[in-house]
Design a protein. Structure first.
Length: 286
């Protein structure tokens, strides 16, 4: 029986494929997009998140912490990362200011939860595996999709396909639809803003096209970064060459993950860019 680190299972999802779906978010990603809207998905293992605005000052964490992460000023979640007691500390917080993101779950456990939504999937809906990068835990995805097929539930993967083809091939026959992000056409920009190149994504998309495997393309846009004419024109040309794209969407990324970055005590690049823009516009106005 396969298992994986699962962040969340989102029910009644309307944006992760056709119809009404349940989205299984797997933890871990080999990319580090500066604007990531699920920053808690990047690290593979369970990690602590601290919401100071919820803290009631009960001191429960002070009595549990043995690593020096808890103090009068709050919690240093970076110290918590490698601690084996983080879940016990979170359970000691009555206000849920401390929360552990991610837990190991088996395919059977996840399927039982998914079957609760079976009646709402209809003809188009089903299950989507997202992340993070779900194909980093391809064995789990393959086994879960096998169980879904047994229950006549549609399957979809939200991925960058920026992995070895053999990994994609391992889930290919069990996957009805691929949702693929094209973030950049330029290798230089991809490396700068995502920490990974984009060539393998293009190569694998061409292979999926040759096999006529259905694909949705999605492009998260960052103003002045990847919505510029060279990127837009090259992206349109590339997508036009593929023969399996059912739809192609683009959307501007917004800073709606601010609370997550604060809870992880990580810098929010998108927020910092907006602050710089506001300062610049204020200076121009003056």
């Amino acid at each position: 029986m396969e298992s994986a680190i699962i962040m969340d299972i989102q029910r009644y999802s309307l944006h992760d494929g056709p119809g009404i779906r349940s989205t299984v978010f797997l933890k871990g990603c080999h990319m580090s997009c500066l604007w990531c809207h699920n920053p808690e998905s990047q690290h593979r293992e369970p990690e602590m998140m601290y919401y100071p605005e919820l803290c009631v000052g009960c001191g429960g964490c002070l009595g549990r912490c043995t690593k020096g992460a808890a103090g009068e000023g709050g919690i240093d979640v970076h110290i918590c990362r490698d601690c084996g007691q983080k879940r016990e500390c979170a359970e000691a917080c009555p206000a849920e200011a401390l929360r552990v993101c991610g837990s190991r779950r088996t395919t059977e456990e996840v399927l039982r939860e998914l079957l609760r939504d079976r009646s709402i999937y209809g003809a188009e809906g089903g299950v989507t595996c997202s992340g993070g990068e779900p194909l980093l835990q391809a064995g789990f995805v393959r086994e879960l999709f096998r169980l879904c097929r047994r229950e006549d539930i549609g399957t979809c993967i939200d991925t960058t396909v920026n992995v070895e083809w053999s990994v994609i091939e391992s889930v290919l026959a069990l996957t009805d639809l691929f949702l693929v992000d094209i973030k950049f056409m330029s290798e230089k920009l991809a490396l700068k803003y995502t920490g990974a190149g984009c060539g393998r994504t293009f190569e694998n998309l061409r292979r999926l096209s040759e096999l006529k495997k259905p694909v949705y393309i999605r492009t998260p846009l960052i103003a002045g970064v990847n919505d510029i004419p060279p990127e837009s024109a090259e992206r349109e040309r590339f997508i036009g060459e593929l023969e399996n794209v059912l739809r192609a969407d683009s959307f501007y990324v917004t800073d709606h993950a601010g609370k997550k970055y604060r809870a992880l005590q990580r810098e929010n690049w998108l927020s910092r860019q907006q602050d710089k823009k506001n300062i610049s516009e204020k200076g121009d106005a003056e």
